[in-house]
Ligand binder design. Structure first.
Ligand code: ZN
Length: 207
């Protein structure tokens, strides 16, 4: 079965004025679709066609001969995850278990936001900023190009796409403004809470 482009979890103009419908048309309809199409062409007739995206990412990330497969599988995964990290009238400070974990491991929301902005704006060139659960602790990190926490054995909780294609139509070169809008108006903390709960259960089951 071929990999499919998952639909956006909201109407394409729903995140305006922070992200335009035009940006989502290109980013989801062209860029994300191109990764899924390229992945399907690469796996056709190979054992990887029966694997999940996560399995392909883990199996190929140290294999230079499979860089194209890794890059397209990881970008397909990253984008599907990124769309779910945003919602209408999201952003601001989290509550509940996520707030507790941020207070415990990162020193509070302000410190988290500063670290996330720093990761997102200092990622040189294309890449991603992440909040992950790593060995039972929250961490903020950045990755280059298609690399993601799945490849590193960490659980992704939140991501922001900092490839230029994510913000250029709306923010041109002002990546910090895009990241600020993402944190203040777009983050879907309920999705982060679901990811944290799943990751915590998995790490408890494994230990
Ligand atoms: Zn992107």
């Amino acid at each position: 079965m071929a990999f499919e482009l998952p639909p956006l979890p909201y109407p394409r103009k729903a995140l305006e004025p922070h992200l335009s419908g035009r940006t989502l048309d290109f980013h989801h309809g062209k860029h994300h679709k191109a990764y899924v199409d390229a992945l399907n062409a690469l796996v056709e007739g190979t054992p990887e066609s029966a694997m999940s995206l996560e399995e392909i990412i883990v199996a190929t990330h140290h294999d230079d001969t499979k860089a194209a497969l890794f890059n397209n599988a990881a970008q397909a995964w990253n984008h599907a995850f990124f769309w779910r990290c945003m919602k209408v009238e999201g952003g601001g400070e989290p509550a509940g278990a996520v707030k507790k974990a941020i207070d415990r491991d990162l020193g509070g929301y302000k410190e988290f936001a500063a670290a996330f902005k720093d990761a997102a704006t200092t990622q040189f060139g294309s890449g991603w900023a992440w909040l992950v659960l790593d060995a039972g602790k929250l961490r903020v990190l950045k990755t280059a190009n298609a690399i993601n926490p799945v490849a590193g054995g960490q659980a992704a909780l939140l991501t922001c796409d900092v490839w230029e294609h994510a913000y250029y139509l709306d923010y041109q070169n002002r990546r910090p403004d895009f990241v600020a809008a993402f944190l203040e108006h777009l983050v879907n903390w309920e999705f982060v809470a679901e990811n944290l709960e799943m990751a915590t259960e998995r790490s408890a089951a494994a230990s």
